[in-house]
Design a binder for this molecule. Structure first.
Ligand code: SAH
Length: 494
């Protein structure tokens, strides 16, 4: 079974960067054993103009049966034979998806040390899967991929070319194309990782509870709002009700969180509104913005960075307040920035307003000269979206390199999660949260950061401060120790 991923390029953005993005040198053949066989990655074509990577999985059908993982295919009446003689070695399936995630794990997560700037850039992409088992037929294939920005070409594969009257098999040839500017490589891989097994509709490995987390992680940014979300969830989780129910609830929270132009901006609100019915509660995201605006005003900040600005709600609020003379929103997600730009109606702002605001694509895991010299930076609900191992990089980029006078960091207080009725125990609030901290963990981190980089830090609760578990959101206010000294000096002079 195999698939190919291709891209095109120019001298400035060579197609061979695909090799960097996939962490595979185009001149070499890469072989690695995966759970059900051997995966090979090779590049049939690698030029500046065009580059193709092929993933080839050799499945060992006998080993598959021996390990008891061959269930679910073959079926009656001759299930025993079906276990040995089946389509596994040839047709793209859940096994190929597992191999994909093993071989391209960094690319799937959107990590690339060699070409960090390319990771977030949507590329012209073409994916070919010559033999794809498609239960649900061409129609479902289109319904799954088209809403994600793919142009879909499905070619039915006849049962037997010599006997056209037998009709089509349940296999199709699939070509997916994404025009430049539509999808990143990471997004494309995450689509395939989820949707290949969905079309195959027969999972060949044990579906464990952490499949829900895997699905939500791979589905980040596209699954919650997908019109076929329920079909995808049911099939991906092999229709295990306890898992699908959990996944659907969490996806619904994410969808609410993403719902553009609604006041429900994030998960906390969705849950907040569900639990507190007495009087119209102020959504937590609104209280967070108010707390941030108050701290920025207190600090006398005029030029402000919103790091990980997402869809631009805070930028919009800052723009309404004339005290903020220059506002820069930064995010790694091009899609979020597109939504932000639409929300701010950047193309229709008057010259004066437009001059105050700027959106930039960039990753906080890398130092960035453009971020130096600002009065304040806000990291609102951002740190928990980074792997903990990447936090030191963000810490250095913000506190070591950009060094604004004031830094505000907000993050969920995990202790408060027991107060969200609809949040199952032990779950984080959002599918993409890599961690959620207790007050003590957050304070520990913040003090270490402050110490290392010469800041003072204090903590402000956001939302109702529960006597037992604390507030739903915790905020750290860092101010440069030098500023404290400055102020003291001025006081003396005065
Ligand atoms: N600040 C907004 C959005 C929070 S969601 C709010 O408070 O509502 C987290 C945001 O961080 C997402 O938009 C995500 O794209 C962004 N993000 C995650 N990792 C990032 C990184 N390494 N660099 C820049 N932005 C990042």
């Amino acid at each position: 079974m195999f698939l190919t991923i291709s891209t095109t390029g120019t001298e400035q953005t060579p197609a061979t960067d695909l090799g960097f993005l996939l962490h595979k040198h185009p001149d070499k053949r890469h072989t690695r054993s995966v759970s059900h066989g051997t995966a090979h990655v090779l590049f049939p074509e690698a030029t500046v103009e065009r580059c193709s990577a092929a993933l080839l999985l050799e499945v060992d059908p006998v080993a598959l049966v021996r390990r008891g993982k061959g269930k679910g295919r073959g079926g009656a009446p001759d299930a025993a034979l079906g276990q040995y003689v089946n389509d596994r070695p040839y047709a793209a399936s859940s096994l190929l998806a597992v191999a994909l995630s093993a071989v391209f794990s960094s690319a799937m997560r959107g990590v690339c040390a060699a070409r960090p700037e390319r990771v977030a850039q949507p590329l012209p992409l073409r994916v070919e899967v010559p033999a794809l088992p498609a239960r649900g037929g061409a129609e479902l294939v289109r319904a799954l991929f088209a809403p994600l920005g793919w142009a879909v070409t499905v070619t039915p594969v006849p049962l037997d070319v010599r006997f056209p009257e037998w009709g089509d098999s349940r296999y199709v040839g699939l070509v997916l194309e994404a025009a430049d500017g539509t999808l990143t490589l990471g997004e494309a891989l995450r689509h395939l990782y989820v949707l290949l097994p969905v079309l195959d509709d027969a999972k060949h490995y044990w579906v464990s509870p952490d499949e829900v987390d895997k699905l939500l992680r791979a589905g980040e940014g596209w699954l919650a709002g997908h019109p076929e979300r329920d079909v995808i969830t049911d099939r991906y989780l092999a229709r295990r009700w306890s898992l699908t129910r959990d996944a659907k609830e969490r996806l619904e929270l994410v969808r609410l969180a993403d719902a553009d132009d609604s006041d429900v901006d994030d998960i906390d609100n969705a849950v907040d509104e569900g639990t507190d019915t007495e009087e119209q509660p102020v959504p937590l995201a609104v209280r967070r913005r108010e707390a941030i605006l108050a701290e920025l005003a207190d600090a006398g900040a005029g030029r402000v960075l919103d790091l990980g600005c997402g869809q631009g709600q805070l930028v919009q609020a800052l723009l309404k307040d004339v005290r903020f003379s220059e506002i820069v929103g930064v995010d790694v997600s091009v899609r979020a920035l597109t939504v932000a730009s639409r929300r701010l109606k950047l193309d229709r702002l008057g010259e004066r307003q437009a001059g105050r605001v700027q959106l930039m694509q960039g990753s906080l895991a890398y130092t960035d000269k453009r971020l130096k010299g600002y009065d304040a930076a806000v990291l609102s609900e951002v740190i928990e979206h980074l792997d903990e191992a990447r936090l030191p990089a963000l810490e250095y980029a913000v506190f070591g390199s950009a060094r604004p006078r004031t830094v505000l960091v907000t993050t969920p207080n995990v202790e408060y999660n027991v107060r969200w009725e609809s949040l199952p125990a032990g779950h984080v609030r959002h599918g993409d949260h890599r961690f959620e901290w207790t007050r003590e963990e957050f304070a520990g981190w913040a003090h270490r950061v402050a110490e290392r980089h010469g800041y003072d830090v204090r903590f402000v609760p956001v939302g109702d401060d529960d006597p037992e578990v604390g507030p739903p959101t915790q905020m750290a206010v860092f101010s440069q120790a030098a500023k404290v000294a400055d102020a003291a000096e001025k006081d003396q002079v005065a």
